[in-house]
Design a protein around this ligand. Structure first.
Ligand code: SF4
Ligand code: SF4
Length: 248
């Protein structure tokens, strides 16, 4: 099993002497390594409570730091700095400043749920990653990341029509994230679909793209969902001690 430890010792706090002799003994280089002390003054005593109050973070208190989530993680296999176990540790310890050092990669969770299946304590690490990314945005530490933009575009379409039309979701997502519509992988995907799907289904997909069909009687469901979303957003902001109007 790979080791997924990550040290709280910062590289800039490691000091060595290129040339050092003590009592006639040459201790140059790594033999003279010492760690500059550091005083942590920024404990956020409510950090765990705040993450636990957001959707997905509810069971963070169950974590016993076994590392199975990180070991199973798709993103960690590509980038060892992506370390759910370590972030859960930081959150539970209230080490906000350390957590913020990784604020630009936490959102990269691809929701593959491998960690969820691997976790022996039902912590729901994927949910904790989402809650943490949400927390970073609500607190103003990061701009909304592409995954949040995708969620918004997807939810907006469901909210408007009660249906999902993938082509429109992708188009909106590319537009809002400033990406070109014609991407190699997308062209290959569309070609594959056109060559494999029955003509009748292709025609239905084309019509749906043009006419944006709605689920019948969607109005009442939309009102109920809208009410729930408003309540949820207000509860999330209240749990983080933020103003209800969106000001931090
Ligand atoms: S859901 Fe996210 S955190 Fe969990 S294994 Fe997949 S990429 Fe890693
Ligand atoms: S697998 Fe579960 S219990 Fe183990 S470190 Fe990850 S979240 Fe914690």
């Amino acid at each position: 099993m790979p080791i997924h430890e990550k040290s709280l010792i910062r590289p800039e706090n490691l000091v060595t002497h290129d040339h050092l002799e003590l009592d006639g003994v040459d201790v140059s280089g790594h033999w003279s390594t010492f760690i500059e002390s550091r005083v942590v003054t920024d404990y956020n005593e409510v950090l765990e409570d705040e993450i636990a109050a957001l959707p997905g973070g509810e069971f963070i208190h169950r974590c016993w730091q076994c590392g199975s989530c990180t070991n199973a993680c798709t993103v960690n296999a590509i980038n060892p700095d992506f370390n759910p176990r370590y972030w859960i540790y930081l959150i539970r310890m209230g080490l906000e400043e350390e957590l913020l050092r990784d604020k630009d990669i936490i959102w990269q969770c691809v929701s593959c749920f491998k960690c969820v299946y691997a976790c022996p304590r039902d912590v729901n690490p994927e949910g904790v990653m989402k809650a943490t990314a949400h927390w970073l945005e609500l607190k103003g530490h990061t701009e909304p990341k592409p995954s949040a933009v995708f969620d918004e575009v997807f939810a907006d379409q469901v909210f408007a029509t009660g249906k999902i039309e993938e082509g429109r979701v992708l188009k909106q997502f590319f537009r809002r994230t400033g990406q070109p519509l014609f991407q190699t992988w997308l062209v290959a995907l569309v070609r594959g679909l056109v060559s494999r799907l029955p003509a009748r289904m292709l025609m239905r997909l084309g019509l749906a793209t043009l006419f944006h069909p709605r689920t019948s009687g969607w109005g009442r469901a939309r009102a109920a969902i809208g009410e729930y979303v408003e309540e949820r957003e207000a509860a999330d902001r209240a749990a983080l001690g933020l103003e209800a109007d969106g000001a931090n």
